[in-house]
Design a protein around this ligand. Structure first.
Ligand SMILES: Cc1ncc(COP(=O)(O)O)c(C=O)c1O
Length: 423
């Protein structure tokens, strides 16, 4: 008989030995106080911390008008939607929000899903299954939900080097023009904070007659004159077949969606089991998203402050000799390069200094590129940044990690160099 306990325990032991066992922080966000949150330690002691790693990028989860709209929906409709979309679970809020999302991305239609993860997995797998002999071309750094969609589709896959249009071209040209092709990629890659060559990928798609699927999860709300993402910012929305996004990050709520032509959305609506066979999102969540998106379509304040604060934190970290990966987005990765050390720095940062940034280890990033990832919002102050930097400098000193005077790539801490420091 299989020894299930031993097999399961061994799995965890491996993760623990590699220093990447995940311990979730017990946090309670406080309305009106973001980015502060209460953190409950295992001892039961509660203290206040500054959260630096929230994907509520613009702090919209705390916006008073959003909260008001959600209260209104809750008080008038109750809690859940009461069913799948097909069985009494399509409410006025679903209809309105899908209309708003389509308009945001300048598309004919939109479709809501339980999450961004589900929208990627369900749409990619469904589309590539429907198109006969479809080949998928997927960036090697795509999110797990897109990888799952590619796998579930059963279609032939071609993984191209990250953001490498030459590699993509060489893979596309190996197939006849008549073969259905789907290129799946992201606009902003959330761990490195880099941007994909969207225009070049569109050109290739046109040349080789491929469909394009763009994940804008880390761009919606924050880029484009209405928060329609990087494609909107670059004036390219009309050239992408499917734009996917989340309501859970800069829109501050929960849920995911795709937008595209009426025909495309109708097909996914009809065929994607991850859309059909699940309870639809509750009205209260959709009411919040609707208010947020309407606000961000007309207000530039949050976007301007967001970029300003990200640039300021990068500048301060650079000047302090902290090895950040240079990015052209709002994401500030502080490179550590070792899973145990990354965890220790993160623990000390919150336990001793009250600043929270979770360690990012394998498999989220590749081994040897472990990091802390900071996402300053419009609500983080300059004083918070200064306090954070003093704390990080003290921690670097404690672990005997040298500060850098050059760029991160010149400095990068390699695993071999730090093994003895973490024991
Ligand atoms: C690139 C990317 N796509 C999709 C998702 C999933 O979105 P959601 O959190 O709404 O499920 C994430 C989540 O982290 C992501 O980083």
């Amino acid at each position: 008989m299989a020894d299930y306990t031993r097999l399961l325990t061994e799995t965890l032991n491996t993760v623990q030995q590699e220093g990447r066992y995940r311990v979730f922080m017990d946090l309670q966000r406080q309305y009106g106080q973001f980015p502060y949150a209460s953190r409950r330690r295992q001892t039961g002691h509660v203290d206040q911390v500054v959260v630096w790693c929230s994907n509520d990028y613009l702090g919209m989860g705390q916006n008073p008008d959003v909260i008001k709209a959600m209260h209104h929906a809750l008080d008038s409709c109750g809690s859940g939607s009461g069913g799948t979309r097909n069985i009494s679970g399509t409410t006025r809020y679903h209809v309105e929000l899908e209309k708003e999302l389509a308009s945001l991305h300048n598309k004919e239609s939109a479709l809501l899903f339980s999450s961004g993860y589900v929208s990627n997995s369900a749409t990619i797998s469904t589309l590539a299954r429907i198109l006969p002999n479809c080949h998928i071309f997927s960036d090697e750094k795509n999110h797990a939900s897109m990888i799952e969609g590619v796998r579930f589709s059963g279609a032939s896959k071609h993984i191209f080097k990250h953001n490498d249009v030459n590699d993509l071209r060489s893979k596309l040209q190996s197939l006849p023009l008549e073969t259905p092709k789907l290129i799946v990629f992201e606009s902003v890659y959330s761990m490195d904070g880099d941007i994909s060559p969207i225009a070049d990928i569109i050109d290739l798609a046109q040349e080789y007659k491929a469909l394009t699927y763009l994940d804008e999860v880390h761009a919606v709300g924050m880029y484009g004159n209405q928060g329609g993402g990087m494609a909107q910012k670059l004036g390219l929305s009309d050239h992408i077949d499917i734009i996917e996004g989340t309501l859970g990050k800069a829109f501050g709520g929960f849920g995911g969606y795709i937008t595209g032509s009426r025909l495309m959305i109708d097909v996914i609506r009809t065929a994607a089991s991850g859309f059909i066979f699940t309870t639809s999102l509750p009205p209260v969540v959709l009411a919040g998203a609707l208010q947020t998106i309407r606000h961000l379509r007309s207000s530039q304040t949050e976007r301007i402050l967001h970029q300003k604060h990200a640039a300021l934190l990068k500048k301060k970290m650079r000047e302090a000799g902290l090895p950040i990966l240079e990015t052209s987005t709002h994401i500030v990765p502080l490179m550590i390069g070792n899973a145990s050390l990354c965890k220790k720095i993160s623990d000390q940062l919150i336990d001793e200094f009250g600043h929270y940034a979770q360690p990012i280890n394998y498999p989220t990033v590749s081994r040897g590129t472990e990091r802390l990832r900071f996402t300053p919002t419009p609500l983080h102050t300059e004083q918070m940044m200064d306090d954070l930097i003093v704390a990080l400098q003290k921690i670097f000193k404690h672990f005997d990690i040298p500060l850098t005077t050059g760029k991160c790539d010149e400095f990068f801490i390699h695993e071999e160099n730090i093994k003895e420091k973490v024991g």
